[in-house]
Design a protein around this ligand. Structure first.
Ligand code: PCA
Length: 218
């Protein structure tokens, strides 16, 4: 149920890429479309997994929904937890072609933009709340150099200097994607959706992040 006049939380997910037929990021965020969390309306928008199309679609969604909070979500096959991204970097370096066949190598996301942007989500508080809820979570120091990092960078560039908070969460494969990939981790869709609810709820309740150690030595 949408609340008339309530503020909006924008979630984005991607279409399938790299020959896959599903993308868990869209499956998860579309489940939350139309829900209310913390008195906010949740809107889910799908972005194409293309360097050319994703920034345009994201900017259009920001203009249309004027959100208070934005969480972009993408698949990170091989990871085993909700992966809370700390930093977006100003480089595209595609290991595989995107869905339009583009494969940029060492190009800036935004010419003359800063080298990087930090998330403005309280990722340590989210991490603690996810673990307390029994949902696997990790802090990630890199969102890669493919379309997800690009979208994360474009998001933070668009939000810079505004009061709207935003960030990026990578999620594992779903169990059905790893049936033929023994040893590859996966996470149930229900668990991912529950985790995204925790992310939103924690952001809305947290102004200043908690100083919880969750760094990496490499
Ligand atoms: N994951 C890719 C792009 C789309 C997606 O879901 C990435 O991590 O860049």
């Amino acid at each position: 149920m949408t609340l008339p006049g309530a503020r909006t939380v924008l979630l984005t997910g991607f279409d399938p890429f790299s020959g896959d037929t599903i993308n868990p990021s869209w499956k998860a965020v579309s489940r939350l479309d139309g829900d209310t969390i913390g008195g906010r309306n949740i809107v889910a928008v799908q972005l194409p997994t293309t360097f050319g199309g994703a920034p345009r679609a994201l900017r259009a969604a920001l203009r249309r929904h004027v959100p208070e909070l934005v969480i972009c979500v993408g698949q990170a096959g091989g990871r085993s937890a909700l992966s809370l991204e700390r930093v977006a970097i100003n480089v595209n370096d595609a290991r595989i072609p995107d869905n339009a066949g583009a494969q940029p190598i060492d190009t800036p996301v935004i010419a003359r933009g800063p080298a990087a942007y930090f998330t403005t989500l309280p990722i340590k508080a989210i991490h603690a709340d996810l673990l307390a809820a029994g949902i696997p979570s990790e802090i990630s120091q890199t969102a890669g150099t493919f379309v997800c990092n690009q979208v994360f960078y474009v998001l933070m560039h668009a939000l810079a200097g505004t009061r709207t908070r935003g960030g990026f969460v990578h999620i594992p494969f779903l169990p059905e994607q790893v049936e033929a990939l023994p040893g590859t981790p996966s996470l149930d869709l229900d668990m991912v959706v529950a985790g995204l609810r925790v992310c939103i709820d924690t952001v809305l309740r947290t102004r200043k992040d908690r100083p919880i150690g969750a760094g990496a030595t490499h």
